[in-house]
Design a protein around this ligand. Structure first.
Ligand SMILES: Nc1ncnc2c1ncn2[C@@H]1O[C@H](COP(=O)(O)OP(=O)(O)OP(=O)(O)O)[C@@H](O)[C@H]1O
Ligand SMILES: [Mg+2]
Length: 282
């Protein structure tokens, strides 16, 4: 049990919220193919603090997933550094867990509960089978899947599968939960429901989450801080560090105004480029 940070209730001890838990410092990430060198992100920098709901927002191809791969330890920056609790990241670890968009991220031959237990054992988070079972059931309850613990993934809806992936990620009590467009493949109503549930879970334990989306609305609903990125190669355009909008504001004037502001920020270059097309008539 010593390996887990909190109690069986999953409550972490109060963290020092004045120090960043994750520091992305001037990070350039590249892919090398046979013919090309692709710069996915260029000198991106930001700090994530404990209990942040930090959102990476940017257009398709701007390097959001690549950044998560770097933070997860699957890619090394060619320039800059990524630090977790002050230590440079050099490999994947159970202190950073990823939730993906795809519904097939669960092991299909294991039940809901077994998927979580498997991750706990793999990450070295539990010593005994009884403890793993207890933790798995606790998180299954948290994501409202009680009664489905012995069900196999193919019997679950897309939203339920994402709930399992979230339960599995949270059960690991990572320093940062990495979420790569986890709700993007869901229908609009389920997506809204999942956003609400994620926020309820956050209210419960104030975990640190780094959430990727290209939806401005989702960024404002889910995020407490938002990093706006430029198109490929991804650079930081702006950091929005405070807003007080949530679900209840969707569709109201204030929400629409902030949404428009971010939209203009995201597409400013594009508008300029279109405006100065050679030969364009005014
Ligand atoms: N495995 C890879 N090999 C080569 N290039 C890649 C690879 N993965 C991504 N890229 C390139 O890196 C850039 C960033 O891709 P990335 O997937 O990080 O973008 P993204 O912001 O997550 O986009 P989306 O919103 O569509 O998921 C793109 O130009 C993409 O083509
Ligand atoms: Mg992506």
């Amino acid at each position: 049990m010593a390996k887990r940070n909190g109690s069986a209730a999953g409550i972490k001890p109060a963290a020092d919220t004045t120090q960043p838990i994750l520091n992305v410092d001037g990070v350039t990430l590249q892919y090398k193919t046979k013919e090309h060198l692709i710069t996915a992100t260029y000198r991106v920098g930001f700090d994530v603090y404990p209990a942040d709901r930090f959102v990476l927002l940017g257009p398709s191809g701007c390097g959001k997933s690549t950044l998560l791969k770097g933070i997860a330890g699957y890619m090394k920056p060619v320039e800059g550094a990524i630090r977790l609790k002050g230590r440079e990241i050099s490999e994947p670890g159970p202190d950073r867990v990823m939730v993906f968009q795809e519904f097939d991220q669960l092991l299909p031959w294991k039940t809901v509960k077994q998927n979580i237990i498997f991750a706990l054992h793999n990450g070295g988070k539990t010593d005994t089978a009884a403890e793993a079972e207890e933790i798995a059931m606790e998180y299954i309850t948290k994501v409202k899947l009680t009664g489905f613990e012995d069900t196999f993934p193919h019997m679950l809806s897309g939203g339920m599968k994402q709930r399992v992936a979230i339960a599995r990620g949270m059960a690991m009590e990572p320093d940062v939960l990495l979420m790569d467009e986890p709700f993007a493949a869901l229908d609009a109503l389920t997506r809204l429901q999942m956003q609400k549930e994620l926020l309820q879970l956050w209210e419960d334990t104030h975990f640190t989450v780094l959430f990727v989306t290209h939806s401005i609305e989702e960024a404002l609903i889910v995020g407490s801080r938002i990093l706006v990125m430029s198109p490929h190669p991804g650079q930081v355009k702006a950091e929005l560090n405070a807003h007080h909008l949530n679900h209840d504001n969707v569709g109201d004037k204030k929400f629409a105004k902030v949404q428009q502001h971010i939209h203009d920020m995201l597409f400013a270059d594009r508008i300029l480029e279109e405006d100065v097309q050679p030969g364009a008539r005014g």
